[in-house]
Design a protein around this ligand. Structure first.
Ligand code: HXC
Length: 257
């Protein structure tokens, strides 16, 4: 399907979504977010796809929500219509989503990246929550997911001053899992996604669910849920295949069953 604001491709078992509003540095408009949500839903429903990569351009992953689109909104328009209520489609995906971030990931762009499961950054990436400089605050996880990812000290620093963080600082702080040369970013992200897509899907989905639970529940509840999922996986053919393949010194052939 052709979209106005994104380019969608598949690479074997990996779905690729590129944000594509170059004239606005991929600013997140309502149309762009609707396109991303739709493309993700299609990948979610496609059994051939095991992981998704979300990326932008070399200059910008996304420079935030579209300021020009929202600048004249009133409080009732934002609140009653919950105008960013559907902007968390990325966070609702069950399949792993990898953010490949080059250039600016600011405001809603940083929040989009944080809704992904793994953030891979190019050396030129810059992260920030500069909403304060516009007279507002982050609205889609910038105070919450960022605080959980990098702690209070840096989150307060970024949200209150609006300063940007480069890729090295973001990796040291724990927002980013790997930093790679800008020219290699997409290849590296696709490689990671392909590696995930090769594993048993039930195990991948349960692993993602279990890690996310660490941010939602108590340690005791999280450990109980993790153990239950671990036991559950012994009901899959893939567990038998994975362990048999290890014992027979060969690569497993998972069937996602
Ligand atoms: C609309 C944007 C935009 C944005 C850039 N553009 N960011 N348009 N919304 N968020 C547009 C510019 O207006 C300009 O269009 C073109 O993209 C190129 O941008 P420049 O500013 O000329 O580029 P540069 O000098 O390289 O500066 C890059 C930049 C700067 C540092 C990223 O564009 C910038 O500060 N952007 C805003 C960043 C920001 O405040 N983000 C948070 C938004 S609020 P023209 O037509 O002039 O060429 C937010 C709230 C989230 O995200 C709430 C929940 C989702």
């Amino acid at each position: 399907m052709a979209y106005e604001n994104i380019i969608v491709e598949t690479r074997d078992e990996v779905g690729l979504i590129r944000l594509n509003r170059p004239a606005a540095l991929n600013a997140l408009s309502a149309g762009l977010v609707a396109d991303v949500n739709h493309a993700l839903e299609v990948f979610e429903g496609n059994n051939a796809i095991g992981a998704v990569v979300l990326t932008g351009s070399d200059k910008a992953f996304a420079a935030g929500a579209d300021i020009k689109e929202m600048k004249d909104l009133s409080f009732p328009e934002t609140y009653l219509e919950d105008f960013i209520g559907s902007w968390d489609g990325v966070a609702r995906a069950r399949k792993p989503v990898i953010a490949a971030v080059a250039g600016y990931a600011l405001g809603g762009g940083c929040e989009f990246a944080m809704m992904c499961d793994i953030v891979i950054a190019a050396e030129n990436a810059k992260f920030g929550q500069p909403e304060i400089t516009l007279g507002v605050i982050p609205g889609s996880g910038g105070t919450q997911r960022l605080a959980r990812a990098i702690g209070k000290a840096k989150t307060m620093d970024l949200c209150l001053t609006g300063r940007l963080m480069d890729a090295g600082e973001a990796e040291r702080a724990g927002l980013v899992s790997r930093v790679v040369p800008t020219a290699n970013l997409l290849d590296e992200a696709l490689k990671v996604a392909a590696q995930i897509a090769r594993q048993s899907r039930p195990a991948v989905l349960l692993a993602k669910e279990a890690v996310n639970l660490a941010f939602e529940t108590s340690l005791a509840e999280g450990l109980k849920a993790e153990r239950r999922s671990f036991y559950t996986l012994f009901a899959t053919e893939d567990q038998k295949e994975g362990m048999a393949a290890f014992a027979e010194k060969r690569r497993p052939r998972f069937k996602n069953r």
